[in-house]
Design a protein around this ligand. Structure first.
Ligand code: ADP
Length: 695
């Protein structure tokens, strides 16, 4: 009997299916728009009779009808089925049984390579997002970039233009005036589509359509084209939008590259999935079923100690000491030596994130004060909740300028506008030139101001002692880090990320020494217990940059558990500074601030690459809080980081999201993670599915 391989791609807008035979020849294809079921129900009973009344039933019916049209009696006659697409969910399997699920990125690459084995650049533009995929010769792997949360640069934009002009989207390219020089906004899809109202009664239809298609091409490039920078050659253009020849024409004009539109461009994701089904069936028995997952999240004493300390610091009632608001970057050693109670505002805001109900209320309050989504969500929470009033506020001018301004606004609201003391932290140059001396003087001046504001007096003996405690905690933290660098994953990164050691407000206290010491002992035990014969190279080794989301989310689990790619280390636990000199506390604390990493983007990139090398990383994920609006993950930093990581042959995955606000989580996060690990799998194991059994 002929072997058959089925690929199904359910996207935001259309359903695609491709049936391949054992020689990889296309037997049958389907491309059709999806629509909600008449009943409006997702599923009816859970036992599907295939009547098609609910959404899942309709899907099942579509697949069976597709097979019937291809002359195949049932899904049982198909050797292997692979699915892809943003609309595949856990339950899909109950209605359309499949063997494997892959990301759309990997499916599109497989589809393009089926017809163009030597292709190096692919662009897929669908109804909801666009994706660029480029083969990186240096890393020998496919790199990709997906567009963000805006509909600009996607089929949804063209659909809305077509609807406004009352022209079928399929006729747009025939009716476009290719010489039109009407300029649409390429900032936002909604704005852009409203340009139609402006043009409608003043310009010929062809000019408007031509302008819209040109805007579409430019927005695609501004969203994902960064990947094609410096690339000269053919770009395989696929996805539903490739039906629109005008967009292809403008893409050619803008990029200067030849644009190839494959015969089956509309169904290339499904075609790729079918090709992967073919590969999967030949690999099935050879894939390792060994549990390569990261160490189970064992209950560690140090974790409970840390949680207890956080609870008493932030949620306890305090002990009558004067309160000081601090930002994450001001050295806690000074506050602990001064004997004040500290509230690190960003950490306090993060603690709210677990209760989205409270976050919502805080955002409502902040909105009434005029703070929109443009303001960082950590800071919006602070604007929206009632904080305990402090004696003074201390901050740093870098790296979060918006934070410093909001702290000043809050201080004014709480009637202490003249008690904000901000260190002038330079954004570049590290400890060079006058940076160090100026900052040391500034620190000393700030302490005098705090003395006046709080009534506490700094004792130099206590400051020296705080430096000793800080050094002791640093020593254990350093040893912990190296144990983790040099071993198989000893604990899940999704647990360790929340330690955020460098931001702790306990630096300079005995409490932190004890937590880090206990953590070190526990890591030593874990290292001794590791199963014999396991090697560092058995698994991927990922480095997580910046913060994680603080609300309940599965994205870190998806990386570590589902995709079996351990997060071996986290940037927020780097120990990059030299021990403090208790005899010269201000200068050495100034040095600590300047060398912690986050302050100076160049230094930060350098330490990411250096520490990454020590932990033998093969992947790096940046959680892009605030979609690039945060100064700690803005576009220039990301570009610089990507370039330096490329030199180290480590691909960067940028996950757009928000640490506090769940509502702006783009739906492509799962796809991005899967695609990234699939590419790492291919590079490391020679196939996208995972490690092979040892021969
Ligand atoms: P998804 O995979 O996200 O479901 P597709 O890759 O199928 O989306 O792309 C859907 C988009 O393709 C539509 O929003 C529409 O703009 C465009 N499109 C679909 N069919 C045609 C066509 N015949 N002519 C021009 N554009 C089309």
């Amino acid at each position: 009997m002929e072997k058959l391989f089925l690929g199904i791609d359910i996207g935001s807008t259309t359903f695609k299916a491709v049936l391949l035979n054992g020689e990889g020849r296309v037997r049958h294809t389907l491309y059709q728009r999806t629509k909600p079921a008449d009943t409006g129900r997702v599923r009816c009973t859970g036992i599907c009779s295939g009547c098609g009344a609910c959404n899942f039933g309709q899907l099942r019916q579509t697949v069976y009808q597709f097979l019937k049209d291809a002359g195949v009696d049932s899904l049982k006659s198909v050797t292997c089925t692979v699915v892809t697409g943003s609309q595949i969910v856990e339950d899909t399997k109950d209605f359309v049984p499949y063997d494997f699920r892959v990301s759309e990125v990997t499916a599109h690459v497989a589809g393009a390579r089926h017809y163009y084995p030597d292709c190096k650049a692919i662009l897929d533009v669908g109804g909801q997002d666009s994706k660029a995929m480029v083969f990186n010769d240096n890393m020998k792997m496919w790199n990709y970039k997906m567009s963000g949360i805006c509909a600009a640069g996607t089929g949804a934009f063209l659909d809305s233009v077509a609807a406004k002009l009352n022209v079928p989207v399929s006729e747009m390219s025939d009716r476009a005036n290719y010489d039109s020089d009407l300029e649409f906004s390429s900032v936002c899809a909604v704005l852009s589509a409203t340009s139609i109202n402006k043009f409608k009664n003043r310009f010929p239809l062809g000019d408007i359509i031509g302008g819209a298609c040109r805007a579409q091409a430019r927005t695609i490039m501004s969203g994902v084209g960064e990947l094609f920078l410096g690339y000269k050659g053919d770009i395989v253009f696929q996805g539903g939008v490739a039906y629109n020849r005008a967009v292809a024409y403008y893409l050619r004009q803008i990029t200067g590259n030849n644009i190839i539109i494959p015969e089956f461009h509309g169904v290339m994701g499904a075609l790729g999935a079918a090709c992967l089904a073919l590969q999967f069936s030949s690999l099935k028995g050879k894939l390792s079923d060994a549990d390569f997952r990261v160490a189970p999240s064992q209950k560690l004493d140090s974790v409970s100690l840390r949680a207890k300390a956080t609870r008493s610091e932030f949620l306890g009632h305090g002990d009558q000491k004067p309160l000081v608001w601090r930002n994450l970057f001001f050295p806690a050693e000074l506050l602990n030596a001064l004997g004040v109670q500290t509230l690190t505002l960003e950490t306090y805001a993060a603690l709210f994130a677990r209760s989205q109900h409270k976050v919502k209320k805080a955002f409502d309050h902040a909105a009434c004060k005029g703070f929109s989504g443009e303001t960082c969500s950590f800071l919006r929470v602070l604007e929206g909740v009632k904080l305990p009033t402090p004696s003074c506020v201390i901050s740093t001018s870098q790296p979060c300028q918006q934070g410093e301004r909001i702290f000043r606004d809050l201080a004014r609201n709480y009637g202490i506008g003249d008690q904000v003391f901000s260190l002038h932290t330079p954004a570049a140059g590290g400890t060079d030139g006058s940076n160090l001396e100026n900052l040391a003087d500034d620190l000393e001046r700030t302490v005098h101001r705090m003395e006046k504001a709080t009534g506490c007096i700094m004792s130099m003996d206590r400051l020296a002692e705080a430096c000793e405690y800080s050094n002791e905690a640093r020593k254990y933290s350093y040893l912990c880090n190296h144990l983790r660098y040099d071993n198989i994953p000893l604990l899940p990164g999704r647990q360790a990320i929340y330690f955020a050691t460098i931001f702790s407000q306990a630096w300079g206290t005995q409490a932190l020494v004890e937590i880090q010491k206990r953590f070190y002992e526990e890591l030593q035990q874990l290292a001794e217990q590791q199963p014999a014969g396991r090697k560092l190279s058995d698994t991927h080794r990922l480095l997580w940059l910046h913060l994680p989301p603080f609300y309940d989310t599965h994205i870190l689990e998806q990386v570590e558990q589902k995709c079996k790619a351990p997060i071996v280390f986290e940037e927020v636990n780097f120990i990059g500074w030299e021990p403090l000199d208790p005899k010269d506390p201000y200068r050495s604390l100034a040095r600590k601030i300047l060398t912690t990493g986050f302050m100076d983007p160049d230094l930060r990139v350098k330490s990411i690459v250096e520490e990454g090398r020590k932990m033998k990383f093969n992947g790096c994920i940046l959680y892009n809080h605030g979609f690039g609006r945060c100064s700690m993950s803005d576009s220039s930093f990301v570009k610089h980081l990507r370039e330096e990581l490329q030199k180290a042959s480590v691909p960067l995955l940028v996950l757009d999201g928000d640490c506090v606000d769940t509502t702006v989580d783009p739906c492509s996060t799962e796809t991005k993670i899967s695609a990234y690990v699939e590419a790492l799998n291919e590079q490391k194991y020679g196939n996208i599915f995972g490690p092979l059994k040892e021969r």
